[in-house]
Design a binder for this molecule. Sequence first.
Ligand code: HEC
Ligand code: HEC
Ligand code: HEC
Ligand code: HEC
Ligand code: HEC
Length: 192
Amino acid sequence: MSVDPMSARPARIALLCAIAMLLGSGAFSIFSAQEPEPGETAAAAMEDAPTGVADPTAQPIAFSHAHHVTEIGIDCQFCHAYARRGPIAGIPSVRRCAGCHETVLSEEPEILKVLEYFENEEPIPWVRVHDLPDHVRFTHKSHVRAGVECADCHGRVEEMEAAVQVESLSMGWCLSCHKERDVTRDCLACHH
Ligand code: HEC
Ligand code: HEC
Ligand code: HEC
Ligand code: HEC
Ligand code: HEC
């Protein structure tokens, strides 16, 4: 009798997570908000990247938010460590991925690609999705600290594979929330 691979899946994930935890800091806290890694800004590699990807297969690695957030339980700010500290949320360094994947699934083809970037000390060339025009000033820090949820602006990322943009990011969109929450609509708050 053959074993249904789908029914074996939860047990496999639980096992992998247990391994990841033991090999990590040894505590569940490795899954929660963390200090940024050195050089972990909005990923230098993203600065000149093309934007507006709706097709997840356009990303260099088939990374799944749904797996990492919903199934494994990793906090958004474990990977996007700058969200409550600065203007950008930040893209995780390949070192952060390797922290788990040097041992977890390290033989899978998609993970071998991750480990190759890590060994070559190259950032993963993620394609940037959101990109406001330069004349707009936006900072994550004040929004996150005021309790605006990631989902209010990014939708249900925990159900996505690669992240996609779900809001227009238009001026009208910014202003309607600012009106609703009675915060600044001063031109100079958002424009230089
Ligand atoms: C805290 C540990 C942890 C971190 C950090 C982590 N992963 Fe994972 N990842 C896992 C586990 C556990 C699985 C298995 C999930 C499953 O089978 O559903 C997985 C699965 C994957 C897979 C699917 C592998 C396959 O082909 O079956 C890819 C690709 C992947 N991760 C990429 C990444 C990338 C890229 C990063 C960094 C941005 C990253 N992971 C960070 C734990 C982690
Ligand atoms: C008030 C709306 C808002 C909230 C809340 C918000 N974001 Fe963003 N996010 C944006 C906008 C707008 C951009 C595009 C910024 C740009 O292009 O300069 C962005 C860009 C990003 C980016 C890519 C570029 C970067 O800044 O590194 C990531 C990653 C990100 N957000 C993650 C998050 C996470 C994780 C949270 C919750 C902790 C969050 N965001 C909360 C509006 C928001
Ligand atoms: C294990 C690490 C990891 C976790 C946890 C994680 N992300 Fe991401 N996130 C990434 C990676 C890698 C990318 C770049 C690939 C992509 O765009 O999907 C990314 C991209 C994004 C982007 C698009 C950035 C851009 O280019 O504009 C947003 C928005 C985002 N994540 C939000 C979230 C939110 C919200 C959560 C929690 C619900 C979350 N992420 C959890 C690793 C992670
Ligand atoms: C879902 C609601 C929401 C959306 C959407 C939103 N904001 Fe905000 N914004 C807030 C709240 C709440 C505050 C007040 C934060 C505080 O109390 O410090 C704020 C404050 C600000 C501030 C002043 C504080 C600072 O950081 O200097 C600026 C600038 C700003 N937002 C820009 C933007 C821009 C640009 C957009 C659109 C790209 C945007 N916001 C979209 C809720 C939102
Ligand atoms: C809460 C933030 C916010 C405030 C306040 C704000 N804007 Fe904007 N504005 C934006 C964003 C975001 C964009 C970019 C929209 C886009 O690219 O679709 C923008 C774009 C613009 C543009 C360029 C339009 C175009 O077609 O590219 C002008 C001009 C402008 N704003 C003027 C103003 C003036 C004048 C005020 C004050 C009455 C103001 N803005 C207040 C967020 C804001």
